[in-house]
Design a binder for this molecule. Structure first.
Ligand SMILES: CC(=O)N[C@H]1[C@@H](OP(=O)(O)OP(=O)(O)OC[C@H]2O[C@@H](n3ccc(=O)[nH]c3=O)[C@H](O)[C@@H]2O)O[C@H](CO)[C@@H](O)[C@@H]1O[C@H](C)C(=O)N[C@@H](C)C(=O)N[C@H](CCC(=O)O)C(=O)O
Ligand SMILES: Nc1ncnc2c1ncn2[C@@H]1O[C@H](COP(=O)(O)OP(=O)(O)OP(=O)(O)O)[C@@H](O)[C@H]1O
Ligand SMILES: N[C@H](CCC[C@H](N)C(=O)O)C(=O)O
Ligand SMILES: [Mg+2]
Length: 499
């Protein structure tokens, strides 16, 4: 990436006035790193306290690899005269501030909009990116699926990258002439201060429901994390909240930004109404204008309203925005239809109880006759376990047949995850449930159960192209696997007919 940079330590530290320095300030910093394994001559290594280990334990390693500037909360027992130590109260905060300064504060020069909420971040940010490109702007996107600078796709491992990667990407976007950047702000990113030091033009709150309690421990902490994003918005920014969500007004109650709202139920700055929908699209009214969209589902009506509102708050003309929005399709793996003869196949990233409920309610609503709804779903390992029985219960309540399977088991035993899911199956529903830990077999089984016109939902992995089992990522794409299973079924049916 062509954002090679170097800065005098003395200049950089103006971003962190509270720092105490031991050693010389006359150092040229060529790289910021939070991982000792990436340190080298010219590096400033930032020791962060993490969830698995403490970066302070790797100061020595960073120095051995050539780093001569260390930022930490606690000085090592033995300090070296040839190393500069910068001591702060909060390394994560300092890293955010330094990363912005190191890359010349790229966010100050961009219209940066952050989207937070349990569900709908990727959808909202991606739609905004596509919309603004359609309106003629050069744009950047930071999302779970991928990062993108105009047409160039940059793979990502996180929803919100760490502060260094984030500012580096923003700097690259700025250098390439982008004026607008749309990014997802995960709750982890707020708590770990990955976004500290950024200047946002606006923030959007989609909704909040059950997720990530493995990390945040309580729902109140999770709400506080999301709210933290709005608390740090500047007065010039907008804070756009979905007020149909119970927590919508709490989110923006302490923000200094200008508060605006969107709703499908009540008075709001941006008011929408769903008029009708089919599997091909939906008809909506937005602030008294009627529009046809290619996206479907009540949850997408919310996403479209949030996108519309943000575009207007960024100064765009309503007519142009609606015309452009009306032509946009779903982001990858979000209610993605997989074509099949005589059946409906849907791959969706619903991996929380709320998302699964929304998707299934949409499908139930769109069902025309007595087609069966067959749901294949699992829950990820090493993540929030409380959602497991809830997701199984929701799948049972709104489907005719359910195949429980593995998502990304990570380091957990797939059978134990499934046992926890089974706890949520009501006794009378056991007859509709099949358990098959192998996801490919589970998808095949769903098709064996299917009769003409049935609707098959494969939930939880959406755009993911791998399945992570015991630290290894195996190629696996629900859309591909479903497509192959459809082809197999068609061959089988043809053979059957010819006999
Ligand atoms: C739980 C969590 O968020 N973890 C993130 C966190 O790691 P951590 O706090 O566990 O770090 P750690 O492993 O304890 O290490 C502490 C420090 O020591 C350093 N270290 C460690 C070892 C060593 O040899 N040398 C060294 O310097 C590490 O680089 C780190 O700075 O900081 C790391 C660097 O930024 C992230 O890569 C890591 O993401 C892990 C891989 C992860 O899985 N995160 C997920 C849960 C996540 O962040 N998800 C959110 C939300 C997803 C959603 O939208 O639903 C996201 O934004 O992606
Ligand atoms: N506004 C919404 N409200 C509720 N559910 C939604 C909404 N938008 C999308 N969904 C559902 O949630 C799933 C995830 O959507 P999306 O990827 O946009 O959310 P996200 O917030 O980015 O998730 P993640 O935290 O995993 O990055 C979708 O596949 C869909 O099932
Ligand atoms: N960003 C979410 C994605 C979950 C996707 C699901 N397929 C899983 O692996 O659990 C997380 O890391 O919790
Ligand atoms: Mg996302």
């Amino acid at each position: 990436m062509n954002t090679a940079n170097s800065k005098q330590l003395e200049v950089l530290l103006r971003a962190v006035p509270e720092a105490a320095v031991i050693g010389t300030l006359a150092r040229e910093i060529g790289q910021l790193t939070l991982d000792s394994r990436q340190a080298g001559p010219g590096s400033l290594f930032v020791a962060l306290r993490g969830t698995q280990t403490d970066g302070h334990r790797y100061i020595q390693t960073a120095v051995e690899l050539g780093a001569r500037t260390i930022l930490c909360e606690e000085l090592p027992a033995l300090t070296r005269p040839d190393v500069t130590y910068v001591q702060v109260l909060d390394s994560a905060r300092a890293l955010g501030l330094l990363a912005s300064a190191f890359y010349d504060h790229p966010s100050h020069h961009l219209k940066l909009v952050g989207v937070t909420g349990t569900n709908g971040k990727t959808s909202t940010a991606t739609l905004l990116f596509q919309l603004f490109r359609g309106l003629g702007y050069r744009c950047g996107l930071l999302s779970t699926v991928q990062n993108q600078i105009e047409d160039e796709v940059i793979p990502t491992t996180h929803t919100t990258p760490d502060a260094v990667t984030l500012n580096q990407l923003l700097a690259e976007m700025r250098q390439r002439g982008c004026t607008h950047v749309f990014m997802e702000v995960s709750s982890h990113a707020v708590v770990q201060q990955r976004i500290t030091g950024l200047t946002f033009a606006g923030g959007i709150f989609t909704n909040i429901s059950h997720d990530h309690l493995d990390f945040h421990k309580t729902f109140d902490h999770y709400i506080a994390a999301k709210k933290g994003f709005f608390d740090q918005l500047p007065p010039q920014a907008f804070a756009l909240a979905n007020i149909d969500d119970r927590r919508g007004s709490v989110m923006v109650q302490n923000t200094r930004a200008r508060v605006e709202t969107y709703s499908l139920q009540t008075m709001a700055t941006f008011r929408g109404k769903m008029l009708s929908e089919t599997f091909q699209g939906m008809h909506m009214q937005i602030n008294n204008q009627e529009v046809w969209f290619r996206l479907i589902g009540r949850f997408n009506a919310y996403n479209l309203l949030g996108v519309y509102g943000a575009a207007i708050l960024l100064g765009e003309a309503p007519e142009e925005v609606l015309t452009e929005l009306s032509g946009l399709g779903s982001p990858p793996g979000r209610f993605e239809l997989v074509p099949a003869t005589g059946l409906v196949g849907i791959v969706d990233y619903a991996h929380t109880p709320d998302a699964l409920l929304n998707v299934l309610e949409t499908i139930v609503h769109l069902r025309e006759g007595n087609e069966q709804i067959i749901t294949v779903v699992g829950c990820g390992g090493n993540r929030d376990a409380e959602k497991r029985p809830r997701m199984a219960a929701i799948a049972c309540r709104h489907s005719d047949r359910v195949v429980l399977t593995s998502d990304n088991p990570r380091h957990e035993d797939p059978q134990l995850i499934l046992d926890q899911m089974l706890q949520g199956v009501p006794p009378l529903d056991f007859k509709k449930v099949t358990v098959l830990p192998d996801r490919r077999e589970a998808i095949a089984r769903a098709l064996e159960l299917a009769e003409p016109h049935d609707i098959i939902l494969i939930a939880g992995k959406g755009h993911e192209t791998y399945q992570e089992i015991k630290g290894v990522k195996y190629d696996f794409d629900d859309r591909e696997v479903l497509r192959e299973a459809f082809e197999h079924r068609e061959r089988f049916l043809k053979k059957d007919q010819s006999h």
